[in-house]
Structure formats: structure tokens, C-alpha cells
Write a protein that binds this ligand. Structure first.
Ligand code: MRU
Length: 353
């Protein structure tokens, strides 16, 4: 583990494969310290996903894939069958860490399918590591295309609100929602950003503001409770967020509070966009069947180590909520922007790909 005091994350990756180890930025330490953690055991990767050392749908998808790459290196299997069975065990542990973001399941399934296509233990090990690394590289490329596709929706001098962190830190690099913000600036437009704090664990203030300030954006932080004020007072032109899962009807599952932001945007006639790769779409499930992760109460009864509620307080702490399609102006993907009616446009998007 290494530690630095200076922040220079342009060339840093949120999660990376290096010398047969998984290296991650420990996001629980940001913005105060930039700390890297290294793992050689897939169980450690599972803990890191569970404890938000790494978070954000695409980043946990790639982390799951790297977890399986560690599992093949850890396995002593002498036959393909035994290696696949060791991988299935690791897959289950990694899969059970967080239920809502479908990218985790997507990343794990992709690697399991690749593994099954190999003939020998040696071939499977090579294939799995190669594919997991490729998944990480592809993530950055995909985000750059999403960014370009979305940048046309934003105008010069726009102030854009975002919620949670759908940035470089939620992906391998560049980001989805923040990728669109980056690409909009790269296209020569002058923009400002308003980031919500995103209680309870403050991905907005700790991570979004950190990465946008680092890259020299004009970003203002607001408490979650100031979304209505900001919109009612004309401070916001557009909203963009990421997603953990989008079902075929266009219902979007994302960080808790997204639904409130979208409802408020509708009330004020402000366009509300979602940016996500195709790997975030769940074409099989219905919105009512999606599991919303419930997290521990201590995230709400305190901030960091400081208690902000009496001992014994009952807490309801859902990590995600669902935004219905009628509140969404467009969903930006690497294959283009889909618009209402979503059931039709999403179906077409997948038929074409
Ligand atoms: O609990 P988190 O921090 O993993 O939640 C992250 C989000 O809700 C993001 O908006 C989403 O994963 C999209 S990241 C590109």
C-alpha cells in the first residue's frame, strides 16, 4: 500500500491490473488522502466492493472481473472442470457483495463465459486475465464515446447539476455523467457544474467535487436539501446523472436521491439526462423485481466517525432509488441517445447491437 499527499489523478486509474495484482484507489479515504490498495486474493476484492473502497457501477463490474482473474491465479486446479468450479465459488462471493448495479453481474458473467470457452487450465488463466484487462481498457473508450454523444445536448454557458459520482472514480476512467461534462468542455463550451453532497456517504462532495476541481472545472457544492432552491432560483440549466441499472421500460436505478432530483427537475422544466453504457441495461427484469441495496444505519447516524443522531436511532438507509421514464429527457449511451417512448427506443437500441 502506498500513500501520497498530492493529488494528480489524470493518469491514475480507479482500478487496475498490475503485476498479477488488483490495484485500486481507496475511495473511502478521499478527498483527504490518495491511497492505493493492492489485492492478491479475490476475497479482498469482494470486501473492497462491499465497503465502498471501489464503487460506481462500471468500476465494480471491472473489479468483479479482476476478482475472477485473481481467483484463477489462486486456484490450484489441475483440470478445467476444477478451475471452473473454483471460479464459480469466487463468482458467487463477488456477486453477493452489492445487488443493485447490474454491471457487476455483467462483468462476472462475461469472464465466466470466456473461461468456459478455454480448453486447458493454462489457456483459461490467460484468457481470463486478458479479457479482464480488456474490459478495463474498453470501459474508458466507451465512456469517451458516451461523452461525445452527450456533449451535443449541452449548450455554451450551461450550469449542469449532477448527483452522486458518475465520474472517473465510478468507472476505470473518464466517467459516464462526468464524461459527458468533460466532453462538453472539450468541445469548446464553457460550463459550470453544481454537485449535490449526496448523503449519506457523500460521493458528491468527496468524489465528484474532488475530481472536477482537480480538472479545473467551475464546480459548486450544494447540500442535497438545496436542489429545489437551486432549480427554483434559475441556477440550473440541465441535470445529468449515471445509472446502476436501467430496465427495458426506461426505469432508471441510481443513487438514492436521484428520484427527488428528477422530480424537482420536471417541476421546473429542466431537462434531466442519464448517461450509461449498454452494460448497465437489464433487458430481462421488470422494474418491480430490482433489489434495492439497504445499507447499515451507521452511515446515516454519523458523518465519518462523528455521531449525528442519538444512540439506538432506527434508520432506513436505501442506497438507490428508481426514477420513472416520464421524468427522463434522454438516456445517453455509446450507441447514441435514446428518447421517449423508452420501451420502443431501448428495444431498437439492442436490436441494432
Ligand atoms: O453506492 P455507489 O457509490 O456505488 O453508487 C454509485 C451510483 O449510484 C452511480 O451514479 C452509478 O453507479 C453510476 S457510476 C458511472
Amino acid at each position: 500500500m502506498s500513500e501520497e499527499n498530492t493529488h494528480n489523478n489524470t493518469s491514475l486509474k480507479t482500478v487496475e491490473w498490475k503485476n498479477n495484482k488488483v490495484v485500486m484507489i481507496d475511495q473511502t479515504k478521499l478527498p483527504n488522502q490518495l491511497v492505493f490498495v493492492e489485492f492478491e486474493d479475490y476475497n479482498q476484492v469482494a470486501d473492497a466492493i462491499r465497503n465502498l473502497v471501489v464503487r460506481g457501477a462500471p468500476a465494480i463490474g471491472v473489479s468483479g472481473a479482476f476478482g475472477l482473474a485473481l481467483a484463477v491465479l489462486q486456484s490450484q486446479a489441475a483440470t478445467k472442470e476444477k478451475l471452473i468450479s473454483d471460479m464459480e465459488k469466487a463468482r458467487k462471493i463477488l456477486f453477493e457483495t452489492r445487488p443493485t448495479a447490474i454491471n457487476l453481474e455483467w462483468g462476472l458473467n462475461k469472464i465466466m463465459n470466456i473461461a468456459k470457452s478455454g480448453d486447458s487450465v493454462e489457456e483459461i488463466k490467460k484468457l481470463v486475465i486478458f479479457e479482464a484487462k480488456k474490459m478495463a481498457d474498453d470501459d474508458i473508450e466507451t465512456n469517451k464515446i458516451i461523452g461525445k454523444n452527450g456533449s451535443v445536448l449541452f449548450d455554451n454557458n450551461d450550469t449542469i447539476m449532477t448527483h452522486c459520482n458518475a465520474g472517473a472514480l465510478a468507472t476505470v476512467g473518464y466517467g459516464t455523467a462526468l464524461g459527458v461534462i468533460r466532453a462538453t468542455r472539450e468541445s469548446g463550451k464553457n460550463i459550470k457544474v453544481i454537485a449535490t453532497e449526496t448523503r449519506p456517504v457523500q460521493q458528491g462532495s468527496r468524489l465528484t467535487v474532488f475530481e472536477l476541481k482537480h480538472d479545473g472545472f467551475d464546480v459548486s457544492l450544494i447540500p442535497d436539501t438545496a436542489v429545489g432552491y437551486s432549480m427554483a432560483n434559475g441556477l440550473v440549466d440541465k441535470v445529468i446523472v449515471g445509472a446502476d441499472r436501467i430496465v427495458k421500460t426506461g426505469h432508471v436505478f441510481n443513487k438514492i436521491g436521484t428520484y427527488q432530483v428528477a422530480t424537482m427537475a420536471k417541476q421546473h422544466g429542466i431537462p434531466f439526462y442519464v448517461a450509461a453504457p449498454l452494460s448497465t441495461f437489464d433487458m430481462k427484469s421488470d422494474a418491480k423485481d430490482i433489489v434495492i441495496e439497504m445499507r447499515k444505519g451507521s452511515e446515516v447516524t454519523g458523518i465519518g466517525n462523528k455521531k449525528t443522531a442519538p444512540d439506538g436511532t432506527n434508520v432506513i438507509n436505501p442506497a438507490f432509488d428508481m426514477t420513472p421514464p416520464e421524468l427522463i429527457s434522454g438516456i445517453i449511451t455509446e450507441k447514441g441517445v435514446v428518447q421517449p417512448p423508452y420501451e420502443e427506443s431501448i428495444k431498437k437500441l439492442f436490436e441494432a447491437n
